[in-house]
Design a binder for this molecule. Structure first.
Ligand SMILES: Nc1ncnc2c1ncn2[C@@H]1O[C@H](COP(=O)(O)OP(=O)(O)OP(=O)(O)O)[C@@H](O)[C@H]1O
Ligand SMILES: [Mg+2]
Length: 500
């Protein structure tokens, strides 16, 4: 299906999220949309998929203008979207999620399978086509982010979608799931489907897209052909279009481990999770050190972070921080010991929907007294907005921020003084410039002694910023490995079980 958008405008108050956007996606091609955080990529995707009503402009599909007002209109017209933050139902089964939306479409006389047996058959057939493994009766919450994406893609395809919009689908999924996703996307394009691919990762865009456009502040900055271009030259021209200048990559962080005392000591730790048990005999982390936790999602990395954050009680073993035994102490003791935790799911665990940036700062300050000082907290919020370059106002509700700006808000809420920072996917959804900026700030804190333990599905990020790396596989943990001795390939192999 050929998709043409012409002169799309969409404002939220005085924010011009989309300003005169035109783009054409030919059938059987993958079209990339790149741009800094808050550029308007998700807004444009939602206009095309009916989640947002445009102010003006035309949507033309295979030469015919269509009127899309709701997601159901879009699906009837053959357009479906995989959202940046999932919209599925974690407490329902895989099959129930696969069925979602059918009754509305049936009312619109779109023919879809209806009996559960038919649907299970359809799900199995579609899964087999793409090599996915999605057990129909499992609870969705037990699936990884990558599997939930696979299911959503299959659901949209089963509803007859011919144009698929993927909004930052590669953040938070493992390398092998990314390979499976890219293979599926290429297969769909080869079958004549058109794909819109929103991303911050130049290498992903380069691998997948035929053409792309770059957006900045709601406008189209330029378009480029991707296939057949020299990789370095293309990357340089895209960074220039996105940010208007070159970006300096911060030098690798290195601490003199011999000279510092262990500040985090873990001994004989045993934690039971829902799916596996984690066992760590001994881990010592020195002040200022950065430890990367590598592994496929759900292999125990998160259990370790939660235990160190005081959010999960271990069955056995000890956690000592700066010579204080923290084992089995209350979460408030962990906070007082200067331990910060940044969760991966920012709208589920990190921020509170319905509250503004200012209200989040009020909550952060509230432990310091019974009364809230509105003036001070507003000032903190304003300062954070300026320092972290958050595109929003103190009164902006967090769910209205763009994905990357939600991440910046979450990071800006971390206490200033921390001894140990625990992070899951710290730069998920951040544009390249902000990723570099955030890590520069983190490294500066480590110079002053803060320790970091972080999980990332981006192996380059783990290798670039860690001093030592722990590899998790099936609840087993490798000895800490000096990051300098590893390459992406070696780390990939280790994740696959070689060191475990
Ligand atoms: N529902 C909304 N209400 C108010 N403002 C909004 C709403 N949705 C988006 N915006 C604003 O529109 C602008 C564009 O946001 P959008 O989510 O499209 O950016 P994006 O390019 O997807 O960014 P990111 O890379 O961070 O995901 C931002 O300034 C954002 O705050
Ligand atoms: Mg977005």
């Amino acid at each position: 299906m050929k998709v043409e958008l012409s002169h799309i405008y969409k404002s939220f108050g005085n924010v011009k999220a989309n300003h005169d956007i035109s783009m054409t996606v030919e059938a059987g091609t993958v079209y990339g949309i790149l741009g800094e955080n808050g550029a308007g990529k998700s807004t444009l995707s939602k206009v095309l998929s009916g989640f947002i009503t445009k102010d003006s402009g035309k949507i033309v599909l295979d030469g015919i203008e269509v009127d899309i007002k709701t997601p159901a209109d879009a699906i009837c017209a053959g357009i479906g979207m995989l959202h940046q933050d999932p919209l599925d139902f974690p407490s329902l089964s895989v099959l129930d999620n696969f069925m979602a939306g059918r009754s509305t479409l049936n009312k619109k006389r779109v023919k879809t399978s209806s009996s559960r047996a038919d649907l299970i058959r359809e799900l199995r057939q579609l899964s087999a086509t793409f090599g996915f493994d999605l057990p129909p009766n499992d609870r969705l919450a037990n699936l990884t982010v990558g599997e939930r994406q696979q299911l959503e893609i299959l659901r949209l395809l089963s509803l007859g979608v011919k144009t698929l919009i993927l909004d930052e689908p590669t953040t938070g999924i493992s390398a092998s799931q990314k390979t499976a996703l890219f293979t599926a996307v290429k297969q769909l394009a080869a079958d004549g489907k058109s794909i819109v691919f929103v991303s911050h990762k130049l290498e992903d865009v380069e691998e997948l897209c035929d053409r792309l456009m770059v957006m900045r502040q709601g406008k189209v900055i330029g378009e480029a052909e991707v296939k057949g271009r020299n990789s370095n030259e293309l990357a340089a021209s895209l960074v220039d279009m996105m940010f208007g200048r070159e970006l300096a990559i911060p030098a690798k962080h290195e601490i003199n481990i011999q000279q510092t005392e262990p500040a985090l000591v873990i001994q004989d730790l045993q934690i039971d999770g829902d799916r596996l048990s984690l066992q760590i005999d001994k881990l010592t982390v020195k002040s200022g050190e950065v430890i990367g936790l590598a592994g496929l999602e759900g292999n125990g990395q998160q259990l370790l972070l939660l235990a160190c954050a005081g959010l999960l009680k271990p069955n056995a073993g000890k956690i000592r921080i700066s010579d204080v035994d923290m084992t089995n102490r209350a979460y408030s003791n962990f906070l007082r010991a200067g331990i910060g935790y940044l969760p991966a799911d920012r709208l589920q665990d990190g921020l509170i929907r319905g509250l503004s940036i200012h209200e989040h700062f009020m909550l952060r300050q509230s432990h310091s007294g019974f009364l809230i000082n509105w003036r001070d907290t507003r000032q903190f919020a304003n300062q954070a907005i300026e320092t972290f370059n958050i595109r929003g106002k103190p009164s902006t509700k967090v769910e209205r921020l763009s994905g990357g700006n939600q991440q910046r808000t979450q990071i800006s809420l971390l206490p200033d003084r921390l001894n140990l920072l625990l992070m899951e996917q710290p730069t998920r959804g951040l544009d390249i410039e902000s990723t570099l900026w955030i890590w520069k700030q983190m490294m500066a804190r480590c110079e002053k002694g803060m320790m970091i333990l972080f999980i990332s599905s981006d192996l380059d990020e783990i290798l670039q910023y860690s001093d030592r790396i722990l590899v998790f596989c099936g609840g087993k943990v490798s000895e800490p490995i000096d990051a300098k001795t590893l390459t992406v390939d070696k780390l990939g192999q280790a994740i696959g079980g070689k060191f475990a």
